[in-house]
Each structure stands twice: as C-alpha cells, then as structure tokens.
Design a protein around this ligand. Structure first.
Ligand SMILES: [Zn+2]
Length: 260
C-alpha cells in the first residue's frame, strides 16, 4: 500500500508530527479512530494527499502537535502549506454543503470537488469569495524616495498588534477596482488614483481569494472609520511599525514597495 500524506484538522488546527511535518503513512495515522469528511487533494510526485476532519484531538501518547493553520506557514514547506490551505477550504465547504440550499435534502458527492442533490439535481461547487487589499502610497514633494509614505492601518479584527493594509470584500456587481476605491474611501476618507494590480493569494480563513493592488494617494484628509480601524497613518520606509507576518499578501506587497 502506497504512502499517503495526511492533512488532519481538528477545528482550525492542523496536526503535525513531533518533527513538525505532516503525518505520512499508508493508512490513517494512529490515534485517529473516528475521523470523518475524507477529502481527496491533488496528488504530488506520486504521493496521495488526503484531508480529514477529526472531532477529537488524539491522545498525547500518539505524539502529535496541533498548530493553527496560519502558524503552520512558519514550519511547513510552502507546497505543504498551500495544500493544507486548500484542504482547509474544502473541508469547510464540505461542512457547509451537507444539505441542498434549494430543497433542503442531503447532498451526495458528484466529484472530488462537487456535490449533487439526489432529490432535485442541484450542483454545488466550492465558493471562492473575492477580496481586495491595497497598498496606498504618497510620493514626497522632494522627490526623495526615502520621504515617500505608505498608508498603514490597524484593524479591530487583526489577530495581533501589527499594522496592515486597507482590505475588504468585493460586493456583487462590483469590479475589483471599484471595490478598492470604495473601501479606501470608506475606511480612510481618501481618494486614490493609478491603481495597479500586483499579486494575488488564496486566504483560507475560510475561503477568500485576496487580490493585491498598489494605488497612489490623490486627495483627502485621513479620517479613519472607527468601527473597523483602531489606528492608522502615513509611514516612511525607515520608520515602519510592526507589519504583518510572512503568511500574508499584505507583507508581500509591503516588501515589494520597500524594494522599489
Ligand atoms: Zn435539492
């Protein structure tokens, strides 16, 4: 029986071995007698990958560590983290689609990534929610790039003490650029111009695709939306506050700006 790599989730935590790696074994790893929601993941280099949700934490004697998915970014190889993210999204989708939204009957598997209602034929596919994140910068009047400034904000929902970028969900009927302009205006009172797409990243908390942009400050006084933001301001390259961790697209966009 061939080796399989296991992505085992207990709530929002993933189980790793003592060596901080994903468990690998032909059968379900020991100590996990009652898992459910098996989900096939893409095969990599001939190794099968399987996601599983467990309702109980295995006893300590089996030697697993359990870490949050975000934290696993710092210990797993990037390819494993990406698969773990996909696993988390698919397990979430599986949990949310046990019943048909149209007729209320239980759903069956149609394929690895689809379900079908045996009563009415309704097909259900994993949903990706689109969000935008934007690095707003202001060029200095002196032309000295060290005097350019970056807009950073600290959101009430940020899991830490860092400053990040303005972000928000794209609404129905909206383009990403329109969403970006609206979010910047709502959260900071500023107008922006020169919108440029830079990079995107899946964000599995629970199933978001983040699209990252740069935009240049155009006009307006910084007025923070207090329901969402605790603080914010303009920062120069050499005087940045604590910025987001490497797991995030915000960090990547900030690093791009610092290097330009
Ligand atoms: Zn149905």
């Amino acid at each position: 029986m061939s080796e399989k790599k296991w992505f085992i989730f207990y709530r929002d935590e993933i189980l790793l071995t003592q060596e901080k790696r994903l468990p690998c074994s032909p059968q379900l790893p020991k100590g996990l007698e009652t898992p459910h929601a098996y989900q096939e993941l893409p095969e990599v280099d001939g190794v099968k990958n399987l996601a599983v949700r467990s309702d109980v934490l295995p006893d300590e004697k089996w030697g697993y560590r359990h870490v949050g998915l975000r934290a696993s970014h710092d210990v797993l190889p990037l390819s494993d983290f990406r698969l773990a993210s996909k696993a988390r999204e698919l397990l979430h989708w599986d949990e949310q689609t046990r019943y048909c939204g149209r007729c209320g009957q239980p759903t069956d598997r149609g394929s690895v990534i689809s379900k079908i209602c045996s009563n009415c034929g309704n097909e259900l596919w994993p949903t990706v929610v689109t969000a935008v994140i934007v690095l707003v910068y202001r060029r200095s009047v002196t032309g000295n790039r060290d005097d350019d400034e970056l807009l950073l904000v600290r959101g009430r929902n940020f899991p830490g003490n860092y400053f990040g970028l303005v972000a928000g969900f794209v609404e129905t009927g909206e383009s990403m650029e329109e969403a970006l302009v609206r979010e910047v205006k709502e959260e900071t009172g500023l107008e922006v111009t020169g919108i440029e797409y830079r990079a995107s990243q899946p964000w599995p908390f629970p199933s978001v695709l983040m699209s990252g942009f740069f935009a240049e400050y155009k006009s307006g006084e910084l007025t923070l939306q207090r329901e969402e933001l605790l603080e914010g301001g303009w920062f120069k390259r050499n005087a940045l506050p604590v910025i987001p961790g490497k797991v995030s697209l915000a960090r990547r966009l900030i690093e791009m700006w610092l290097e330009e």
